[in-house]
Write a protein that binds this ligand. Structure first.
Ligand SMILES: Nc1nc2c(ncn2[C@@H]2O[C@H](COP(=O)(O)OP(=O)(O)OP(=O)(O)O)[C@@H](O)[C@H]2O)c(=O)[nH]1
Ligand SMILES: [Mg+2]
Length: 290
């Protein structure tokens, strides 16, 4: 497989899956002013297949996927992304993301270079219409709440409804309870997150809507035994900390493994079961079982 290179110049090929909305056909978003290391320039056009994709540090990659971070404002989406991309935590004043921002990172997944183009959405309500357009090309969504903020947890159902409306049916979903380092301020118990993950997956499937492929499992209803395998598992769930880094790499690596596994579909490939992977690798991680 000839490796693609994300050249320094603009553009780059991304998997056939999608072209990103062009900035040309969408009101230009001011690049978010943040105290954070400057975001890579927003794409200035759909990275059509065959064209080099944007920005990036000139990494070589074999396959690229689009991952979106969603959740209420303040839950830690940007900090999680910066922790994963730069290994740093942005303490100090909280500066909300304006519109949408993205960073690239290439991971080595079992010898394959997997480029994740990670879109950091603004959680504030006023940017919701902007972010809606980006859902349809997302291969995976990380849905965050803040364990110190009950509203952000209660709003997950609303986020799931939005995902169901705007995202692809087979999008890969993962639920993350962030800020787990803030033990004193915790108001959402881990078990509550586990229960929510379980209920959410069932609710989403029962309503015949999103057939989220729970990571590492065959799509809903395609379980070898014909039973709905998702009933046995629910959404993959982890608690993370952008501050300490707990489970941050695991979350993104798990997504990359699942997406790579799905993209290859080679019978020879050993079946990848994310739930098992997450349970084995994660610290304080659980995959809810009914
Ligand atoms: N203790 C702790 N604080 C965190 C963590 N992640 C983020 N924060 C803090 O929470 C605040 C919000 O973090 P952001 O990453 O900017 O939140 P966001 O989800 O991107 O917010 P919007 O851009 O408005 O959607 C900042 O003050 C961060 O320092 C974490 O894991 N632990
Ligand atoms: Mg942000």
């Amino acid at each position: 497989m000839s490796r693609k290179k994300t050249p320094k110049s603009k553009g780059g090929s991304v998997p056939a899956a999608s072209t990103l909305p062009t900035a040309a056909n969408r009101p230009r978003l001011a690049c978010p002013r943040t105290a954070r290391p400057g975001p890579e320039a927003l794409p200035n056009g759909p990275p059509q297949s065959g064209r080099p994709s944007l920005g990036g540090s000139g990494d070589f990659y074999d396959v690229a996927f689009k991952v979106m971070l969603v959740g209420d404002s303040g839950v830690g989406k940007t900090c999680l992304l910066v922790r994963f991309k730069d290994g740093a935590f942005l303490a100090g004043t909280f500066i909300s993301t304006v519109g949408i921002d993205f960073r690239n990172k290439v991971l080595d997944v079992d010898g394959m270079k997997v480029k994740l183009q990670i879109w950091d959405t603004a959680g504030q309500e006023r940017f919701r219409s902007v972010t809606h357009a980006y859902y349809r090309d997302a291969h995976a969504l990380l849905l965050l709440y803040d364990i110190t903020n009950k509203d952000s947890f209660d709003n997950i159902q609303a986020w799931l409804t939005e995902i169901q409306e705007y995202a692809q049916q087979d999008v890969v979903l993962m639920l993350l309870g962030n800020k787990v380092d803030s033990t004193q301020e915790r108001v959402v118990k881990r078990e509550d997150g586990e229960k929510l993950a379980k209920v959410s997956q069932n609710r989403v499937d029962d309503e015949g809507g999103l057939k989220a492929v729970t990571l590492g499992l065959p799509p809903f209803g395609q379980h070898p035994t014909g039973s709905s395998c998702l009933q046995e598992y629910g959404l993959p769930f982890m608690e993370t900390s952008a501050k300490t880094g707990l489970n941050v790499d695991l979350a993104f690596t798990a997504i990359a493994k699942e997406l790579k596994h799905r993209s290859i579909k080679a019978p020879s490939q050993p079946h990848f079961r994310l739930h098992d992977y997450v349970k084995k690798e994660g610290q304080g991680v659980s995959c809810c079982r009914l």
